[in-house]
Design a protein around this ligand. Structure first.
Ligand SMILES: Cc1cc2nc3c(=O)[nH]c(=O)nc-3n(C[C@H](O)[C@H](O)[C@H](O)COP(=O)(O)OP(=O)(O)OC[C@H]3O[C@@H](n4cnc5c(N)ncnc54)[C@H](O)[C@@H]3O)c2cc1C
Length: 164
């Protein structure tokens, strides 16, 4: 069972069909937010079913120490049902992991570290940011690696200027 309705949920669901005989996506609304191509791929996959207007309110079984089922609430009717299941994967978005620096640097309105556009500089001298933690828009491996390179160059320049 996959929870979510975005590209991550579609990607995870399709990936899991390589190992599972059946994958169910649980989504709290009646349409996906994912890109059309990902939706098409998902909805055309015979191994994937969708539970629309549904949210998981409980995962069983804590006492047994493993996933045995879920409690599902219909967000429209309020009806509550229980369904046996072997595994649950949440794909409901990401929060940037800024706890280490959130008291130090300025964050943007989405909670990501704010950098001076086109650089890895933050508002704190000597503190640089790169990767997903400062990029709410793209969040891709290649853009993270690129901004990592930018940060490395910015740090090198900073050290040359301040520690010679
Ligand atoms: C399901 C999924 C599929 C994806 N598919 C793709 C794809 O197909 N193509 C693509 O380009 N991108 C994809 N991405 C995105 C890609 O994984 C990220 O953009 C990339 O990993 C970001 O790199 P990063 O170095 O910024 O962060 P991360 O890879 O998250 O690395 C951050 C590191 O910092 C460590 N860390 C955190 N806090 C601390 C701390 N306080 N002290 C020390 N270390 C700490 C973490 O443990 C982690 O190792 C996908 C992401 C997900 C979740």
């Amino acid at each position: 069972m996959i929870v979510g309705g975005g590209d991550s949920a579609m990607e995870e669901a399709n990936f899991l069909t390589r190992f599972a005989t059946k994958v169910t996506i649980v989504h709290r609304r009646d349409s996906f937010r994912a890109s059309k191509i990902m939706q098409d791929r998902t909805l055309n996959n015979p191994k994937i079913a969708v539970l629309w207007n549904s949210e998981i309110t409980d995962i069983k079984d804590v006492v047994a120490g493993k996933v045995t089922g879920v409690v599902i609430r219909n967000t429209v009717t309020g009806e509550v049902t229980e369904q046996p299941i072997d595994g649950v994967f949440a794909a409901i978005g990401h929060d940037p992991n800024v706890s280490l620096v959130k008291e130090l640097v300025t964050l943007d309105e989405k909670g990501y570290i704010k950098t001076i556009p086109g650089t890895s500089h933050t508002n704190v001298e000597g503190l640089f940011a790169c990767g997903d933690v400062q990029d709410s828009r793209y969040r891709q491996a290649i853009t993270a690696a690129g901004s990592g390179c930018m940060a490395a160059l910015d740090v090198e320049k900073y050290l040359q200027e301040h520690h010679e």
